[in-house]
Design a protein around this ligand. Structure first.
Ligand code: NAP
Ligand code: GLV
Length: 308
């Protein structure tokens, strides 16, 4: 069985080594050296060019190197075979680590101290307990669920918002559109970890920001198209929002002239919140390849009709 690997960001040789250690008979091909497309039965990809997967006539399954599969679903030629997203301990761990880092950044007022440093101002804020800070996590799936658990474990007051209600120790669960407003009221920090779907595109907008208390902060780690950029700039400019950390953008890399780069209350990170390490991610992919070979159901299959 041949597998085609495509990613501009992940190291193909590291993935080859990790996957072939688990499946020694795997014929691992790295784009653009794909040889006869007719022998390729699986593809392991991150943001492949539209049409690439459709050019593989005997493709049986697509494995995403990322958790979010919005870019794959946006390809109108995407073959109608099982599409499995990445659910992997290293991806989850690194995301929760990033969430905790950024929550602590705001909770311990490092944004304020950075501002004070610009004018050589020495004024300390008495540290407050974590239980004084309410954090809301939008999306309580593999990543948001773990991040919420991790924040609750550190003593923060935590709320989560998802389509269906969840039971997570220490996390107050809000479900569906009807409970969005009460979820947002009283948050000090809101984290976005939603998948990008028609229902969530543009969800971080003026109306949502207006539902947050004055002085709330946004940590956006999901997809650029969740955010209405001008609405964020307005909300921060008016002082309604204290600030934002953005890891994802409508256009990546973020163009040099974009106002986010130079805004004193907006911090930009280069889509770096979380990645899957081959050492652990390969086990997830290998398991699915074994399942495919044995005719058993695959894991982490995307439900295309709901978009995640
Ligand atoms: P997931 O397991 O599919 O979880 C998605 C969560 O969002 C679920 O709790 C789901 O609710 C909820 N949700 C979906 N649509 C909703 C809606 N319309 N209203 C309310 N809640 C909704 O996804 P994941 O693995 O946690 O990944 C989340 C996203 O993180 C990815 O799609 C990707 O965009 C982003 N991501 C970013 C990075 C980075 O480096 N910046 C890295 C990895 C992933 P239910 O549980 O009720 O279904
Ligand atoms: C990264 O953004 C992912 O979806 O895994």
């Amino acid at each position: 069985m041949a597998l085609l690997f495509y990613s501009r960001e992940d190291d193909p040789q590291a993935w080859r080594a990790a996957l072939c250690a688990r499946l020694p008979d795997l014929d691992f091909r790295i784009w653009p050296e794909l040889g006869d497309p007719g022998v390729i039965e699986t593809a392991l990809v991150w943001r492949p060019p539209p049409g690439l997967l459709a050019s593989l006539p005997n493709l049986r399954a697509i494995f995403s190197l990322g958790a979010g599969i919005d870019a794959l679903l946006a390809d109108p030629t995407l073959p109608d075979v099982p599409l499995c997203r990445m659910v992997d301990p290293s991806l989850t761990r690194s995301m929760s680590e990033y969430v905790l880092t950024l929550v602590l950044f705001y909770h311990r007022r490092l944004d304020l101290y950075a501002e004070q440093q610009r004018s050589a101002r020495w004024r300390m804020e008495m540290p407050r307990p974590a239980s004084d800070t309410t954090v809301g996590v939008m999306g309580l799936g593999e990543l948001g669920g773990d991040a919420a658990r991790c924040l609750a474990g550190r003593g923060f007051r935590v709320r989560g918002w998802s389509r269906r209600r969840k039971r997570i120790a220490g996390v107050e669960s809000f479900a569906g559109k009807a409970e969005l407003e009460s979820f947002l009221a009283g948050l000090d920090i809101v984290i976005c970890l939603l998948p990008l779907t028609p229902a969530t595109e543009g969800i971080l907008n003026a109306e949502l920001f207006a539902r947050l208390p004055q002085g709330a902060c946004l940590v956006h780690l999901a997809r650029g198209a969740h955010l209405v950029e001008q609405d964020l700039l307005d909300a921060v400019q008016r002082g309604h929002l204290r600030g934002a950390v953005l890891d994802v953008f409508r256009e990546e890399p973020l163009p040099a002239e974009h106002p986010f780069w130079r805004h004193p209350r907006i911090r930009v990170t280069p889509h770096s919140a979380s990645y899957s390490l081959p050492e652990t991610g390969a086990e997830v992919v290998a398991d699915n390849i074994r399942r495919l070979r044995a005719g058993r159901p695959l894991r982490h299959v995307v439900r295309r009709e709901r978009g995640y």
